[in-house]
Design a protein around this ligand. Structure first.
Ligand SMILES: Nc1ncnc2c1ncn2[C@@H]1O[C@H](COP(=O)(O)OP(=O)(O)O)[C@@H](O)[C@H]1O
Ligand SMILES: [Mg+2]
Length: 260
């Protein structure tokens, strides 16, 4: 069964009185159960809009989305029980400790506090997080640490589908690596993962298949290795970066400039 089916989906935003932003234009793709599927694209290409529609947070203007066979418009509650989304800006009770935040979420999902603590410890250890700091308020944490707590929270309940919107953007190389390991771990434990990124290394390291989006459209999709090999005749030392440049007309350096 497909974990996600996106069929001909579009989303427009009104900007001022006349201007309309075509954030997502007739996008179609499917994510198989058990996959790590990547959405790669420059800033403003529609990645977050797409993820928010799959997460039932935005209504598509056109097209159809299903999560494990459930229509996001007709059965939003069922869909919400199967997914967990982590956005770039995770929301917490900032004055409360990481542990209090995690046990609050565990309560919402009907997990016992003891189980939640056990699982949280396990996850935080996997990300090299000093467990003594779980007692500190979130507001004292760096962005990287907050992101780790957000990810641990997402993994607490072993959701069937994890939607990770740029899970490693802004993290230092080590934290990035640790979060990537956790994503692989969650996938091995059975979660299907849909993630967005503009990090080529991350995409080739983690994703079984990916979609490159540009200005709201799918420009190419496939397995990272296939995408690279398809360009080898033209560019003998092609990498995923070459693929990205070829299809979006943007260089990796330009992208890095946008991020900082
Ligand atoms: N709530 C919104 N209102 C108006 N425009 C939006 C809104 N959300 C996104 N957009 C616009 O839609 C386009 C795609 O945005 P987004 O999905 O956030 O891209 P990405 O996540 O790839 O950076 C951008 O032009 C952005 O400005
Ligand atoms: Mg985004």
């Amino acid at each position: 069964m497909s974990a996600v089916v996106v069929r001909n989906v579009s989303k427009y935003f009104k900007k001022g009185k006349k201007e309309v932003v075509h954030a997502v234009r007739k996008i179609s793709f499917e994510v198989e159960e058990g996959e790590i599927f990547g959405i790669l694209g420059p800033n403003g290409s529609g990645k977050s809009t797409l993820i928010r529609m799959i997460a039932t947070l935005l209504i598509p203007d056109e097209g159809k989305i299903e999560v494990f066979g459930h229509d996001v418009l007709k059965e939003p509650d069922t869909v919400r029980r199967l997914i967990h989304r982590v956005s770039v800006e995770a929301s917490f009770f900032k004055k409360l400790s990481a542990y209090e935040n995690l046990s609050f979420s565990a309560g919402v999902y009907g997990l016992s506090k003891r189980m939640a603590l056990k699982r949280a410890n396990e996850l935080m250890a996997l990300m090299g997080f000093d467990r003594a700091r779980l007692k500190d308020p979130i507001e004292d944490f760096s962005r990287g640490m907050q992101q780790k707590v957000a990810i641990a929270r997402a993994f607490l309940t072993r959701p069937k589908l994890l939607l990770l919107d740029e899970p490693t953007t802004g993290l230092d190389p080590r934290a990035k690596r640790e979060v990537q390991e956790l994503i692989l771990h969650a996938n091995r434990e059975g979660s299907t993962i849909l993630l967005s990124t503009h990090d080529m290394d991350e995409a080739s390291r983690l994703c079984h298949r990916l979609l490159i989006v540009h200005e709201g459209r799918v420009v190419v999709q496939g397995r990272p290795i296939e995408l690279v090999e398809s360009l080898r005749r033209k560019y003998p030392d092609a990498s995923l970066e070459t693929v990205f440049l070829e299809y979006t007309g943007r260089s990796f350096e330009e992208l890095e400039m946008e991020v900082v």
